[in-house]
Design a protein around this ligand. Structure first.
Ligand code: ZN
Length: 410
């Protein structure tokens, strides 16, 4: 711990300023000149020139061709993140498999892979050995192509405390595991985090990697509720561009909000949690597509969508139950935290805009402030393994948050 009385020294100040410059660049959807960066960060042009020199020398940023067509004055040189040099690694263990995504600071995906695999009551040693093997070749390829890994993060479907202790991942049957004991975690110095929190981070434009699209449904400092839906249902509340963690890091577990006091027993020990109605396993059984033994097969999803669209009664009733439960849980959450943007990721984002619009109407009609507030329910912009993507972003975040660790000043 830093003593509270310590004054800010030059290094702290430089680190802070470099971090502000990198964060400003990542949130901009177009490259910025030094003058534009100075204006947006509030730093002087002289300071900005010095900072950009450090970032250029350390190959974190590069200069693009000067923009022509300015009416007067010197053409300005836009600055951009240097491609092919810095990468964040995101890994994920989920109920349907394991994989990784490597993200370049410039926002492009360097490589990504996913192995589908049943994960019910699986042995953690076995899975971490598999992940380790997968990552060894990735690390080798990255170092051969000249990348420096800024950081790594692992997404898990459970409660993860600071210090990489997994308290519980019920859908794996895992309890109280020190994740640092696994070679892949310690070698990559990976931090572990909850899958929904990381999936939410993936949706924040320019959180650490370069924002690539101009069109995005939310801004970098917007607030939203993210609901992650699969076998388990998780969630995260992002307030003004930051995930709200709660007192211990466990906030956001909307899947274990009770929607039926006399409902089915949940794996958490309570009855009638949202997950017991709207989770993938629960809905496949309710729709008559599987029994408890084979309800986690991922190919069932297509069948569910098809039978639901064809008007099958059991499928329609199951989906109707899901909509009622999701709307009730989301409306209750909106009433508690007062947020107007809601993203539904995962399983239920595959059901199309009519389901989205229906859910939005239901939520709107159930919130207390319905006459004054309009809730916007949307599917997230990043839908392909968003937790893995968010984990890679979190890996890059170490560079943006603490650039002095990665630069030399001479
Ligand atoms: Zn529960």
């Amino acid at each position: 711990m830093m003593p509270a009385s310590r004054s800010i020294n030059q290094d702290d100040l430089r680190n802070h300023n470099l971090s502000v410059v990198l964060a400003t660049m990542s949130r901009s959807h177009a490259p910025l000149s030094r003058a534009a960066l100075a204006k947006q960060t509030g730093l002087t042009k002289a300071t900005l020139s010095l900072l950009s020199d450090i970032l250029l020398r350390n190959e974190i940023i590069c200069q693009l061709e000067p923009a022509s067509g300015t009416t007067y004055g010197r053409p300005s040189t836009p600055l951009a993140f240097r491609s092919g040099r810095w990468a964040g690694i995101g890994m994920q263990l989920n109920t349907d498999g394991l994989g990784y995504t490597v993200l370049d600071l410039d926002g492009s995906v360097v490589m990504s892979d996913w192995h589908e695999r049943a994960m019910d009551d699986v042995d953690p040693n076995e899975i971490f050995a598999e992940l380790d093997q997968m990552m060894q070749s990735v690390e080798q390829r990255l170092s051969e192509t000249g990348y420096t890994v800024t950081g790594s993060c692992l997404a898990l479907p459970g409660l993860v405390s600071n210090g990489n202790r997994l308290l519980v991942a019920r859908n794996f049957g895992w309890h109280d595991i020190n994740l640092n004991q696994y070679a892949v975690v310690s070698r990559l110095n990976a931090s572990a985090d909850n899958e929904a929190a990381l999936a939410a981070i993936a949706q924040i434009p320019g959180f650490a990697a370069q924002r690539t699209a101009e069109q995005w449904p939310i801004g970098s400092y917007d607030s939203f509720l993210y609901v992650s839906t699969d076998i388990g249902i998780g969630g995260a509340y992002v307030r003004e561009g930051q995930v709200v963690r709660g007192d211990h890091g466990f906030a956001g577990e909307i899947g274990h909000m009770c929607v039926d006091m006399r409902g089915t027993l949940c794996r958490c020990g309570r009855h009638g949690c949202l997950e017991t109605v709207a989770g993938r396993r629960a809905v496949m059984i309710a729709a008559g597509l599987a029994d408890a033994a084979n309800a986690t097969r991922t190919d069932l999803l297509e069948q569910l969508v098809a039978t639901w669209r064809a008007g099958d009664t059991r499928a329609a009733l199951a989906v109707e139950e899901v909509k009622a439960a999701l709307a009730a849980a989301i409306a209750s959450t909106v009433n508690v935290i007062d947020v107007s943007n809601v993203m539904i990721g995962g399983l239920w984002s595959g059901f199309g805009d009519d389901l989205r619009a229906d859910l939005e109407r239901r939520v709107q009609s159930q919130i207390l402030a319905r006459d004054a507030v309009r809730v916007r329910l949307m599917f997230p912009p990043v839908t392909v393994h968003p937790s893995m993507y968010g984990a890679a972003v979190e890996g890059l975040r170490r560079l943006v948050r603490d650039p002095m660790r990665f630069v030399t000043e001479e």
